[in-house]
Design a protein around this ligand. Structure first.
Ligand SMILES: Cc1cc2nc3c(=O)[nH]c(=O)nc-3n(C[C@H](O)[C@H](O)[C@H](O)COP(=O)(O)O)c2cc1C
Length: 217
């Protein structure tokens, strides 16, 4: 059975990033019921670290493409190498991924990177999708992308998907009731109005990306 693996790097179970992951999974399941869609919530995993620079993945003759460090992330890294489609989702924190997503990416990509010729290869080729949600408007995405591009491109090269899908939800609603929080700088009314006009479209985009990936694998 073909498998899509969704890595959900957001800490909140029922907010923006999680809902976009749900929509992606729904779209995939509707388009191809025979495709298995698995979801890993990084914040639910037992404790894990980012790359500790042990360099075990660079030992001659021992380049397995899999991080040698054994901790709460090990099973998930193995599951990525066995998937047929990969989705990586994260809210944007300080113009980057969440810390748990960043740690996951270090542990995923460093064993794929060859210090011999600087190629990046995953054990399997597969389509790739990124899901992001953020407070920022779309006009700020080029600045944010500058922070994301190196690792995004490395994953693309590794899995052999030069044109991954991007589902990006801008100007998200960060809290259910803005009146309880000191957040006036975000101009909540304008924020909520913009978001309510765009949320269904973003969910539809996530669903469409899920369908497209499921039909491709
Ligand atoms: C610690 C932290 C840092 C954040 N940094 C940014 C940022 O740099 N740019 C941005 O657009 N939004 C930023 N945000 C807002 C979130 O990205 C945004 O609200 C997102 O949609 C939250 O996703 P969630 O609802 O799935 O938790 C930040 C939020 C937190 C908690």
């Amino acid at each position: 059975m073909k498998k899509i693996l969704i890595i959900d790097g957001g800490p909140r179970r029922a907010m923006n990033t999680a809902a976009l992951c749900d929509a992606f999974a729904e779209g995939a399941r509707e388009a191809a019921p025979d495709v298995e869609v698995d979801r890993v919530r990084l914040y639910d995993l037992p404790a894990y670290r980012g790359c500790v620079s042990c360099l075990a993945c660079k030992l001659k003759g021992r380049e397995t493409g899999l991080c040698a460090l054994r901790d709460g992330l090990s099973d998930t890294l193995r599951a990525v190498n066995e998937a047929n489609g990969l989705v990586i989702a994260s809210p944007i924190y300080f113009s980057e991924w969440t810390a748990m997503t960043r740690a996951f990416l270090e542990r995923l990509v460093f064993p794929w990177l060859h210090y011999t010729d600087f190629s990046v290869t995953a054990p399997g080729k597969m389509p790739l999708a990124w899901i992001y949600s953020m407070n920022a408007p779309e006009s700020m995405m080029p600045d944010i992308r500058a922070h994301l591009a190196i690792l995004e491109n490395a994953v693309s090269r590794a899995v052999g998907d030069p044109s991954p899908a991007f589902v990006e939800a801008y100007t998200t609603v960060q809290v259910k009731d803005y009146s309880r929080y000191a957040m006036d700088g975000l101009m909540p009314d304008a924020h909520i109005a913009w978001r309510s006009a765009h949320w269904e479209k973003d969910l539809a985009k996530a669903r469409a990306a899920g369908s497209a990936m499921a039909l491709k694998i």
